[in-house]
Design a protein around this ligand. Structure first.
Ligand SMILES: Cc1cc2nc3c(=O)[nH]c(=O)nc-3n(C[C@H](O)[C@H](O)[C@H](O)COP(=O)(O)O)c2cc1C
Length: 274
C-alpha cells in the first residue's frame, strides 16, 4: 500500500514535491497549508521517490523510502564532458578474456549499479542470471552453434547466414566465436507487462557494461547468442527462465586479456534539427 506523509513542522510550503511529481498526484500548498497527496494518488504513484528526493528539509516521506534512506545528492562528483567522453570512448567490446571469473560480490555490486538505470513506469523489473561455470558456458555456445547448423540446413544459401558457416566451422575446430570463451555470461530477462521491458533490459545491460569498467572488467554484447536462445528450444530449456519470462539480452563479462592502445573512430552522428 502506497503512503505519502508530510511532516507539517518541517514543510516550508515550497511546493517542490507537487511540481516534481510525474503524475501530479500531490496537491500544491495553498497559503499556509502544506501540500497533500490527492485521494487517487496510490493508483498513479510509480514509486520514483522524486517527491522525497526534491524536498530540501526532509519533510516528505514515502512508504517505499524515507528521506533518511536516501543519501544526499552529490553534484560535485559529476564528471566533466571530457572525462565523461573519455570513459564512453574507452569502453570496448572485449573478446579476449583472462580465464578467472569475476567474484560474485563484484557482479552483485555491478548489477546494483545497473539497477539505477531508468525504467519505463519505474517498474525496475529486469531480472539477472549469471553463468560462471565453464562447462555450462561451453554448452551454451555449443547449443547456439546447433541452432546455427539448423538454420544453415533450412536455408543453405541465405546470404545473411554466411557468417554462421564460419562461426560453426570455427567452433567445431575449437574456436568459440559465440561467447569467446568468456568466463561469465550475464543474461537479462523479465515478464512483459507494458511492452517497454526489452528497452529497459537493454538500458540495464548498457549500464552494466559501463559500471563493469570501474572494476577493470570488460564486456561484450552476446547478440548472436541471444538470437539463438530466443529461437532454439534446447537452449531456452537450459536457461530455464521463470514461466512467462522473456530473454531480452546477454553479455559476456570477464577481465580483459589485452589492452587497447587507441580509441577507434566512430561515425559522426547525423542530426536533423527541426
Ligand atoms: C545488440 C548488440 C549485439 C552484439 N552482438 C555481438 C555478438 O554476438 N558477438 C560479438 O562479438 N559482438 C557483438 N556485439 C558487439 C559489436 O560488434 C560492437 O559493439 C561493435 O563492433 C563496436 O565495437 P565497440 O563495442 O568496441 O565500440 C554486439 C553489440 C550490440 C550492441
Amino acid at each position: 500500500m502506497t503512503g505519502i506523509t508530510i511532516n507539517d513542522s518541517l514543510c516550508t510550503r515550497d511546493g517542490f514535491c507537487s511540481i516534481i511529481c510525474p503524475f501530479q498526484i500531490i496537491s500544491p500548498p495553498k497559503g499556509g497549508i502544506p501540500p497533500k497527496p490527492k485521494p487517487e494518488f496510490s493508483k498513479w504513484c510509480i514509486h520514483c521517490g522524486h517527491c522525497v528526493a526534491i524536498c530540501p528539509t526532509g519533510a516528505i516521506s514515502h512508504s517505499c523510502m524515507s528521506p533518511d534512506q536516501c543519501p544526499p545528492a552529490d553534484y560535485k562528483s559529476i564528471l566533466g564532458p571530457d572525462q565523461f567522453e573519455n570513459i564512453l570512448r574507452l569502453r570496448r567490446s572485449v573478446r579476449r578474456f583472462k580465464q578467472e571469473a569475476p567474484d560474485k560480490e563484484v557482479f552483485k555490486r555491478i548489477v546494483t549499479m545497473a539497477g539505477y538505470a531508468p525504467s519505463g513506469h519505474n517498474l525496475q523489473a529486469v531480472n539477472w542470471q549469471i553463468f560462471d561455470n565453464l562447462d555450462d558456458l561451453n554448452h551454451l555456445a555449443s547449443m547456439a552453434c546447433d541452432w546455427m547448423k539448423h538454420m544453415l540446413k533450412e536455408m543453405p544459401d541465405a546470404p545473411h547466414l554466411l557468417a554462421f558457416k564460419k562461426i560453426v566451422a570455427a567452433f567445431d575446430s575449437g574456436l568459440d566465436l559465440v561467447l569467446h570463451n568468456a568466463p561469465s555470461l550475464v543474461i537479462v530477462h523479465s515478464k512483459i507487462q507494458t511492452g517497454v521491458e526489452p528497452t529497459d533490459a537493454a538500458i540495464s545491460l548498457a549500464y552494466f557494461d559501463l559500471a563493469a569498467m570501474s572494476f577493470g572488467l570488460g564486456c561484450c554484447w552476446a547478440g548472436l547468442f541471444t538470437m539463438a536462445a530466443k529461437s532454439w528450444g534446447p537452449l531456452g530449456e537450459f536457461l530455464n527462465l521463470p514461466k512467462d519470462h522473456h530473454l531480452h539480452g546477454a553479455m559476456m563479462a570477464g577481465y580483459p586479456k589485452l589492452k587497447f592502445q587507441r580509441l577507434p573512430l566512430r561515425k559522426q552522428p547525423t542530426i536533423q534539427w527541426r
